[in-house]
Design a protein around this ligand. Structure first.
Ligand SMILES: C[S@@+](CC[C@H](N)C(=O)[O-])C[C@H]1O[C@@H](n2cnc3c(N)ncnc32)[C@H](O)[C@@H]1O
Length: 243
């Protein structure tokens, strides 16, 4: 099964207030006239918490789909994603929005010292615990993950960047946790057009992936410099380094 089927058509019951605020802030409901190209949010903490509840509810519902085997071409693209930051043996790797841990076996090939998973969905993290018991798990918005400053070498944000409510806050925290010379990869194994399609077709809150200019601006604000931006029909890999 591909990513298409994984995202599925499950609907979450949003609170009326959330519907209204998402429509106002990022144009999700009902006709999305105002998608914010800069990826900044003006949602307050309560609205972000509401947005995150919608995320965890949806991915709690969908978690079984993420256990089904991926087609070979998707795995090949995920291998390219995991190869991008050139993980060195012993490094600490943080997988953000890890889901059921699809990247974990690919990350392991590089013999990291420590693998850390962060996700909002309890059901997803339960599967990580079952399948990869040695992976450290945190159920929290990446914006609020409290790992020590400069304690991480590599961060993956695969197939999930569009799902983050506060992208600037999330990257600021990633920049804080990364050591100097640390790398972050924002990626999607189905590419930007796929995510833009979901954002158009589905009332679920997800934003299109950043263009090169948007990625550069967002990452620069977090102290990260874009090194590579690979934008293929079915693959996005944006690699950035902390100065
Ligand atoms: C498409 S899924 C899984 C993607 C996974 N990386 C993979 O490659 O299969 C996206 C995941 O991101 C999680 N997520 C969404 N927003 C998040 C946030 N702000 N912080 C951490 N995880 C988040 C969701 O709960 C969901 O499990």
């Amino acid at each position: 099964m591909g990513f298409h089927a994984r995202h599925g058509s499950a609907r979450v019951g949003f609170e009326t207030r959330l519907d209204w605020s998402l429509d106002r802030e990022i144009g999700i409901f009902p006709t999305r006239p105002r998608v914010r190209v800069g990826h900044e949010t003006s949602m307050d903490d309560e609205q972000i918490a509401c947005f995150n509840r919608a995320q965890s509810q949806r991915f709690d519902e969908l978690h079984r789909r993420f256990l089904e085997p991926l087609p070979a071409d998707v795995i090949e693209r995920m291998e390219r994603i995991v190869a991008a930051p050139e993980i060195r043996p012993g490094e600490t790797v943080l997988d953000v929005g890890t889901g059921t841990g699809a990247l974990v076996p690919l990350i392991r090939r590089y013999r990291p010292g420590r693998v850390i998973a962060c996700d909002l969905s309890a059901n997803m993290l339960e599967q990580v615990a079952r399948l990869h018991p040695d992976v450290e798990r945190h159920r929290v918005d990446i914006r609020d993950l409290e790992l020590p400053r400069t304690s991480v070498d590599v961060v993956f944000m695969n197939g999930m960047f569009g799902n983050i409510a506060d992208k600037q806050g999330a990257l600021a925290n990633v920049g804080r946790m990364l050591r100097s010379g640390g790398r972050v990869v924002i990626s999607h194994p189905e590419g930007r057009r796929f995510v833009a399609g979901i954002a158009r077709a589905d009332p679920f809150p997800i934003t299109p992936l950043p263009s090169p200019e948007q990625a550069e601006a967002l990452l620069r604000a977090a102290g990260l410099a874009v090194r590579d931006y690979i934008d293929e029909e079915k693959l996005l890999i944006c690699l950035a380094i902390k100065a």
